[in-house]
Design a protein around this ligand. Structure first.
Ligand code: HAM
Length: 456
């Protein structure tokens, strides 16, 4: 390359130091949220409550994948919005059509078909996130948590009652009072189909009077027209054929047994002939738990029903099934609205303050944790030239100890190091604690002394 001729070269501006490009900032995707402490602990406590209730009634935990072959969900129903409009579908790198699960009942039936459990009925409970591409709003998210349970392999109506009663007890145990239980029977497959035909014919005759939205819904799923909240649809809905007149003797007997069971358990149920629910697979019993503490757009805290026939649709043997799912996010919103089920307290027990830079404080913290004492400690503010952590000042560490909410501090300075001891300082002086001044304790008695200080 020829050298530039200095006589013709233009003076150039001094080069500006290149400003490092600011990295792109991300937020959680629309319709999803990060759940931070203490709300995250509250969620975990809620799931634990549900697990306890389910296991007390003989349900065992089942964990299934968060994504399945797309077909697992499309079999659930071609006229279900959850499947046709809201599913997170994708093709994996092997070219397989997959979907993030929008609900868990189909996955449970797929697992049942795959593993063919020897002992029936198969009673399982589950918890975890579901994914639906919905229009996000309060109480309606694109990723939301459910807890739920399913029983496969028995037509016994008392299992319907057991499931409803378990959910009811769970909600009441959280402290929720403004709760309504709605129940209905959709009849067996042929009865439901005959009703849907009659309803479709009736609604088609009144097409001109229906709202535009209901007219569109009619093409996809006539039953869902009954859910319409629009005022212009109400007179048409009021005059529609009643599902109850399409039920055969076996369906009526089944439903009456469920109602009698709920009555025997002292659970007040409202029979709601228009309760059809959003998923296609329901047969016979359906139910929903509605709260009066939230707006009607998000007042369903949970729901379920019978889905005899779903296992067959997934390639399994004819198998009866019943279950429900509860929306964790909405249940917690209802708890907020009723002022019940607070977040558990997660305060620390003990904070170790160590100004020596030795490993002494670390060992003490580990010993306390092994004894079940919730312990944290201060960490190096910066590294020394040798690459070791330089301890923060006593003042800074004590500030961190106070902020941590711990009840007791264990202090280690050069004197303690020398004496093979630690100083125990009560931080939250209750009426009896204020009597106990800080004191030096030999190392081998420290764990016992901290436990005594905590009243354990
Ligand atoms: P589901 O009615 O679609 O039923 O959902 C159950 C509950 O999940 C709802 O009552 C609601 O609390 C919550 N939920 C649904 N969608 C959202 C959302 N986008 N954001 C927040 N919460 C939501 C089922 O999923 C069936 N698998 C229930 C079942 C089990 N049926 C028989 N077995």
């Amino acid at each position: 390359m020829p050298e530039p001729d200095p006589s013709t070269a233009q003076p150039t501006e001094p080069a500006q130091p290149a400003r490092p490009a600011r990295p792109e900032r991300f937020t959680a995707p629309i319709g999803t949220r990060d759940v931070l402490s203490p709300e995250s602990e509250r969620r975990r406590a809620l799931v634990q409550r549900f697990a306890d209730a389910a296991e007390l009634a003989g349900y065992r935990h089942l964990a299934t994948p968060m994504f399945e072959d797309l077909g697992v969900f499309t079999r659930v129903g071609a006229s279900t919005d959850v499947v046709t409009k809201e599913m997170y579908e994708f093709t994996d790198k092997g070219g397989r059509a997959m979907a993030l699960r929008p609900e868990l009942t189909a996955s449970v039936c797929r697992a049942f078909t795959e593993h063919r459990p020897a002992v029936l009925p198969w009673k399982v409970w589950y918890s975890g996130p579901q994914f639906r591409y919905e229009k996000p709003q309060k109480g309606r998210y694109r990723q939301f948590d459910q807890v739920g349970l399913e029983t496969l392999g028995s037509e016994d109506p008392d299992l319907d009652t057991e499931a409803i009663a378990l959910a009811w007890r769970f909600f009441r145990g959280l402290g929720l009072r403004r709760l309504r239980l709605l129940v209905n029977s959709l009849g067996e497959a042929a009865e439901r189909a005959a009703y849907v035909d009659a309803l479709a014919a009736y609604l088609s005759n009144h097409l001109g009077d229906l709202s535009e939205q209901a007219a569109t819904t009619l093409q996809r799923n006539p039953l869902r027209v009954l859910d319409s909240k629009r005022s212009e649809d109400q007179p048409i809905i009021a005059g529609a054929p009643q599902l109850s007149s399409f039920l055969g003797l076996a369906s009526v007997t089944h439903f009456e047994r469920v109602l009698a069971g709920l009555d025997a358990l002292g659970i007040e149920a409202e029979v709601s002939p228009k309760l059809v629910r959003g998923l296609d697979y329901y047969r016979r019993t359906t139910f929903e738990f509605a709260t009066e503490a939230l707006d009607s757009s998000q007042n369903a805290l949970g729901g379920g029903g019978r889905y005899d026939g779903l296992v067959e649709a997934l390639g399994g043997p004819p198998t009866a099934g019943v279950g429900f799912a509860i929306g964790v996010d909405r249940t917690l919103l209802a708890c907020d609205a009723e002022g019940v089920f607070d977040a558990p307290t997660t305060a620390l027990d003990c904070f170790v303050v160590d100004t020596t830079g030795s490993l002494y404080g670390f060992e003490i913290a580990e010993a306390l944790r092994r004894a079940g004492v919730a312990t944290d400690r201060s960490w190096a503010g910066e590294l020394t030239e040798a690459g070791l952590g330089r301890p923060r000042s006593m003042k800074a560490q004590m500030k961190a100890a106070d902020r941590s909410g711990a009840q007791v501090a264990v202090l280690i300075g050069p004197d303690e190091l020398e004496a093979g001891a630690a100083t125990l300082r009560p931080l939250r002086g209750g009426p009896d604690r204020s009597e106990t001044p800080q004191r030096q304790v030999p190392l081998d008695q420290l764990v016992a002394a901290v436990l005594a200080e905590l009243g354990r």
